[in-house]
Structure formats: C-alpha cells, structure tokens
Write a protein that binds this ligand. Structure first.
Ligand code: BGC
Length: 758
C-alpha cells in the first residue's frame, strides 16, 4: 500500500472533493496522475449484483449465485456457515470485478410488516450482530470489502427517505445499535452505509453523533462511511458529520459545494482530508486483491442448497414428515414450478441457475405419481376454478404439498406490508385442500413472519422455506423426504395477529415521525414482558430427532464482572436420526435498577449430533451479557447481584436455569445531583454513607409532623416516609430547616462534595 499521507499531500482540493463523491452509480473517482484506481461496489447481502453498465442502477446484472436472503440464513444460527457463505460471495465478487459488497444489513425487525425484513437477520441484536460478523469476516478474509447497512434505525420502508425515527438513547443503544457495534468491533467492515431516514430529527447521513462520535470514535471504526444511494441532502453538512463517500455519482454540483465550502472556510480542510484518507486506505486495500477469473458456480449452487436446508424452519409437524411410503402426491401452488427465491429491490440477483421445487421433488419421490395444480394466480385476483382443480388433486392423493409464496406485490424493498396475511386466494386454497386432505403440508416462501390463524389447524405440517435462494427447491425436497433433517430456528417471532406486535400503536408514524414508543421491548422481549401468546416463539424450530439437555453448569456461581462466566450444558441426541440443535442462552436479571426485558439472548451454539451422541456445549458470557445501557452514566452497566442463566431450545422452551451472582469490581461513580430525591440518596451506596445524620433528622422531623405514638410506625413506614422519599432533598430539607447546620441548599451542596470526593 502506498503512503496515504504522501498522496493526500499531492491532491488538489478539486481531486479531494471528487474522491468523496461517486464517479458513476457503482464506482469512485479515480485519479490517474496519482495512481489512485477506482473502487467498484455492488449490492451483495446474499449474492453479487454486478450491473455491467456502471452508469445504470437497473436490475439486469451478471449471473451470480443467489443464496437465501438474510431472514432465512439467520435461522441457521450457524456462524461457520455464514463464514462459508461470505467466502463464496467474495470469490464471486473477485470474479465479477467487485471490490466491496454492499451488505450485510443488520437493521432490527421492529415490526414484521417492514417490507425489507427479508434482507435483515433478526429481531434480536445479539443474533444479528454475531451472524453479520461471521459473514463479514468470511467476505473480507478473501480481500473483498463489505458495507454494513443501514446505519441506523432504518426499520420501515414507509417514508423511508424522510421519516424520523424518534428513539430514546437507551433503546438506540440496546436494540438498534448493538448489531452494528458488534460487527464493527469484531469484524471491521471496510465500509458502513448510512440509512436514508432521520434519527431523532437528523438525517442519518448528517448525524454527527452516529457517524463520528459513536461509530468512529467510540467503536473505533477504521473504514469509510458511504451514503445509501441518494441519501445525502446537504453534502457539506454530511461531510462535517462524518459521511465520507456520497453515492451514487456523478454529482458535479456536490463536488463543487465541497470545494466552495473549504475555500470559504465553512468546511475544515482537515475534515475533508480525513474523509479522503479513509477512502484511499480502502481503495488501496481493495487493489491488493487481483480481480477476474471464474467462480465455482456449481460448488456455490450446492452450498446454496445446504444453506437453504439449514435455514428452513419446520414450524409444525404432526408426524407426517418426513414423508414415507407415499405413492400419490398432489403438488399444489405456482411456487412449486416458479421458485420464489428472493425479494424485490436492490438485492435482486440474476441467478446462475434456479432449481424448481417440483423438479427436485420428483427426483426425491422415487416411483410416486406426482400431479401439479397451479392453485393461485400470479396476481391478487380470486380464481375459484384453480381451487376446485386443486381440491380434486388433493383428494385423489395420499398427501398434498402446498407451495405458497407471498407475492412480491405484498412484500418487497420500497414499501411495507399492509398486513401479515397471505393472499385471500392462498388462504382459501389451503382451507379447501386441508378440508379434503388431512395429510397436507404447507410450504411457505415468505421473507418475514405471516399470520396463519385462518388455516394452520388444518395443516398437518408447516415448513417455512423463506426466500430460499436459487437452490432452495432441492432443499425443500431434501427436508420433506428426510434426506436432510430440519435444524433452522426462528430468528423472529411469528405473532398471532398484527395487533399483538410491539410497534402496532407506534407505526407507521405521523407528521414525518415514527415514535419508538415500545422502547427496548421489541420482538420476544415484548411478548415475554406482556405474557402475550404468539404463534411461534423466537428460537422455535422442530427436528426429526429429539435432543435432551442436562442441567446447565457454570464455571463459578459467583464471578467478577471482569472475568465473566462460562456456561456448559450436555446435549444428547436421543432420537433415531442425526440432527443439529441450536442451544440458546438467555440472561434474566433478578433485580435491576431499570426496567429490563424478562430475558435476553446472550449466547448460542449449533451442534451436530449422531443418534445417541452427547456433546458438551460451552458458552462464555462476558460482563456485557449482563449489562444495560445506563443513560445517566452514558455507558453499559453490569449491576452487581443475581442473574438467572436460562438454557433452552427456544425462547419459550427453557430446559434449565442456573442462578449466578455478579460482583462489580469497580464502584460506579455517583450520579447524585442537587435535585436527587431522598430515595436516590439512599439507593446510592456513597450517598447512603454520607447522608446518615441528615436522614436521622428527617426521620425525627417526620415523626413529629406526622404523628407520634401509635402513628409513629405509620409515619416512618409505609405512609409519610414513602411520600418523603420521593421528594428532592433540598425541598425536603425545608421541613427540617430548624435542625440543620446551614441553609438546605448549602447542606445538599456539602453532602454532594463529600459524595464526589469519595
Ligand atoms: C438500498 C441499499 C443499496 C443501494 C444500492 C439503496 O436503495 O437501500 O441497500 O445498497 O440502494 O443499490
């Protein structure tokens, strides 16, 4: 890599400004005289979308492997698999001449109706952060960059380019930022892409606190920040806030605006140089990876099939699956012949090949007779004739397989879903088929949770196959016939009704703002806290075998925050076939100084077990696993005290718990201030230590005022004292002024000095 400072020193102001704005839709501005090449970026969360004409943002791209989308691959809960996908994506990027892939997206699924949920991993920040880290490490290990997106609080498509996510600091830190934080700290993505929306009134592209204070300074992000495509409104403000590269280009007026601002002294030349340095470092890093060659299309297709099989989630099974001894199969649904394998929008891949589920099923079904009926049309129209035809086929068969895909007009980038439902025709079709054929399996291709109340009772089994990638058709056949054993677990809750969901009353917002009123209670955090029944809980997924868990063990029941604790559990496959289990570790805070979710995912591991085999799963928990973000301190606090560590097969299937005690090594600095209440003084260890004599005075005075004798207990106990505890100390001291050595304000100041001296 050439010396970056030497190059910067040789660059003109014009060249610097131009480097910070794209040259085309997908490339940066090269500077030939200084040997600075262009950087080529392409969409890439689950496949490389390399558009041949760099001036076009159009969909037509060069062929590449379409892997299952993020909402699917997240259900694998498999870090190693994500790493492998990343390596394959990088090989394709190299062959297609791409330097940086624009993904992964780690936005939290705040509401199941977000049209882009299929591109995101989870409702849980820990799971999203861990999986994104593995994908990024996989891609970057081969010398190709990533773009972690969309930073931040881009949780709906409705008014996505203007809406302001009104989100409080604790919620931002605990829900919406940690997946970014984890990926930045653990994997250093070469770039981070800012979101379109505003966060608390400020465009994400101009958000200094997000882009500079938190991302670059607090988390130590070393790469550059790129705008989402057309997310920049005021180029100079954005640059000042920490937005290094504006895309797409060309935007000559933006370049000129930067030049003018520096010349007018409105933009610090140092800030521009810093952006230039960040971009140059990545350009030269990318240049170290020679591009070209071919990628292993068939190998990657096979990998896509394996990923699909590990991502699909068997939601319900009354025992019909895996299919055995079937001689007549009625395959119903358009999606059986026209695979629904990806979502609409910028992530749309031009696949190298697509396996039709029907063809793949035929290959696995041996001599069984298989019919196909369309079942539902491509559009929203009602077609009773198609239902009638499907019913005849279902009746005549041993088993009906319904392939149901949520159409793109209901779910895509760019708009949100209006409801959680399949189309009316699809629901009527399932109802009619299950009425005549109890042995009916419903196979769903959706990018996100759907409601099933109207039909699930009639279905013998339900397989969520997601937007399953180009090889998903084969994976479905493998799972249905037991060639592969389902091991996917939900990375998002399937609610019973839209009205049950956390953001229901605070979505989609009004007057340009959407208030995140549910706070930290998103996904299972909300359903658990509300004791709200759901259709399928977070972490749920069935297998063809059974796993037994031992009681969990910990390295030490009492541990120091700096040491953390190791959780171990033995998992045994007590069934007849090989399988994989996802062991999930949640933490419950027994008593907290703030409101906390009943439990939060803090660790997981996937194990493959032969029948009869046992493996010990060991999951380390550091102090962050016990912490919450304290807005008073402006940091993460792991409070001393008791916690329950819950080990389970899903968030609703906890197999064992162990209580531990966390010891804090460093006392927290006191947050007491002049208007703190008596209760806050007594709750604060240092405050309690210094307030003693004043507290005695208050108590004595309270007894005098509110009664002696029989009433004394009342005065000191539940009644009056509770009232006094809620009063700010200076106001309270007005009552006891007589006995005080100085005026109330001066007494409080004196106490505060003692507190902060300690
Ligand atoms: C999307 C990004 C994408 C970019 C380039 C935008 O509309 O929000 O995710 O990377 O376009 O296609």
């Amino acid at each position: 890599m050439p010396d970056i400072d030497t190059i910067v020193a040789q660059m003109t102001l014009q060249e610097k400004a131009a480097l910070c704005t794209g040259a085309t839709a997908w490339t940066t501005t090269p500077i030939e005289r200084l040997g600075v090449p262009e950087l080529f970026v392409a969409d890439g969360p689950h496949g490389v979308r390399r558009v041949p004409d760099t001036n076009s943002m159009a969909i037509g791209a060069l062929p590449a492997t379409c892997f299952p989308t993020a909402s699917a691959m997240a259900c694998s809960w498999d870090r190693a698999l994500l790493l492998q996908i990343g390596q394959a994506l990088a090989e394709e990027a190299i062959a297609l001449g791409v330097d940086v892939l624009l993904g992964p997206g780690v936005n939290i699924k705040r509401t199941p109706v977000c049209g882009r949920n299929f591109e995101y991993f989870s409702e849980d920040p820990y799971l999203a952060g861990e999986l994104a880290t593995s994908l990024i490490v996989g891609i970057q290990s081969r010398g190709v960059g990533t773009s972690l997106k969309h930073y931040a609080a881009n949780n709906q498509e409705y008014q996505r380019m203007t809406i302001s996510a009104e989100v409080d600091q604790r919620t931002l830190r605990e829900l919406y930022l940690p997946a970014f934080e984890t990926a930045v700290k653990k994997a250093q993505p070469w770039t981070v892409m800012c979101a379109y929306n505003r966060v608390n009134g400020v465009y994400a592209s101009e958000h200094r606190e997000l882009l500079t204070d938190i991302l670059k300074e607090e988390w130590g992000f070393e790469g550059f920040v790129v705008s989402d495509w057309t997310a920049v409104h005021d180029r100079v403000t954005a640059l000042r806030a920490g937005l290094d590269l504006e895309m797409p280009g060309p935007r000559p007026r933006r370049v000129q605006a930067v030049v003018d601002a520096v010349q007018a002294g409105e933009l610090d030349g140092g800030a521009l140089d810093e952006a230039v340095r960040r971009i140059l470092r990545i350009i030269f890093k990318a240049a170290e990876t020679p591009k070209g060659g071919v990628f292993d299309a068939s190998g990657h297709h096979n990998l896509a099939r394996q990923v699909a099989a590990e991502s699909m989630v068997l939601l319900k099974n009354d025992g019909i699956l895996p299919l055995r001894n079937v001689s007549r199969i009625a395959v119903i649904g358009r999606a059986a012949v026209e695979a629904h394998y990806q979502g609409g929008g910028s992530s749309h891949i031009n696949p190298t090949q697509v396996d039709a589920p029907f063809d793949e099923l035929r290959k696995r079904a041996g001599s069984a007779q298989i019919s196909h009926s369309e079942g539902y049309p491509i559009d929203a129209s009602s077609r009773p004739d198609l239902i009638a035809e499907a019913v005849v086929a279902a009746q005549a068969a041993d088993v009906a397989l319904l392939y149901i895909a949520l159409p793109t007009f209901k779910e895509s980038e760019g708009y949100d879903r209006a409801d959680l439902d399949l189309t009316g025709q699809q629901v009527a079709l399932i109802q009619a088929a299950t009425a005549v054929q109890p042995r009916t399996v419903v196979i769903l291709n959706t990018g996100s949770a759907v409601a099933m109340n109207d039909w699930i009772d009639g279905a013998a089994a339900v397989l969520e196959a997601w937007m399953m990638g180009q090889a998903g058709g084969g994976a479905i056949a493998d799972l249905l016939f037991g060639v592969a054993n389902p091991s996917g677990k939900l990375a998002e809750t399937f609610p019973l009704r839209l009205a049950d969901t956390p953001a229901y009353l605070n979505y989609p917002g009004e007057a340009g703002q959407v208030r995140y009123g549910e706070g930290i209670f998103v996904g299972y955090r909300y359903y658990d806290a509300k004791e709200q029944p759901v259709l399928f809980p977070f972490g749920h997924g069935l297998s063809y075998t059974t796993f037994a868990y031992s009681a969990p063990r910990v390295s030490s029941p009492t541990f120091r925050d700096v040491d953390g604790v190791l959780v171990e559990v033995d998992v045994t496959n007590i069934g007849a076939v090989a399988g994989q289990e996802v062991v999930q570790v949640y933490v419950h805070d027994c008593a907290a100084g703030v409101q906390r979710p009943p439990k939060e995912l803090k660790g997981f591991a996937k194990v493959a077990l032969q029948p009869g085999e046992t493996q010990t799963v060991a999951i380390p928990l550091d102090s962050r696993a016990f912490a919450f973000f304290d807005t008073g301190y402006g940091g993460w606090i792991a409070e001393a005290g008791e916690f329950d560590i819950l080990v389970g097969a899903s968030s609703a299937d906890i197999r064992g718990a162990v209580r531990v005690t966390l010891q804090a090594t460093a006392p927290l600095p006191s947050l007491l201030k002049r208007m703190s209440t008596l209760r806050q003084w007594l709750d604060d260890p240092t405050g309690r230590a210094v307030i003693g004599p004043v507290y005695e005075l208050i108590k004595a005075r309270a007894l005098e005022t509110f009664g002696a004798g029989e009433d004394a207990a009342h005065a000191e106990g539940l009644g009056a004292m509770h009232f006094l505890l809620g009063m700010p100390l200076p106001d309270l001291l007005e009552f006891v002024e007589d006995g005080l050595p100085a005026a109330p304000g001066a007494v409080v100041d004196g106490l505060l000095q003692q507190v902060h001296r300690r």
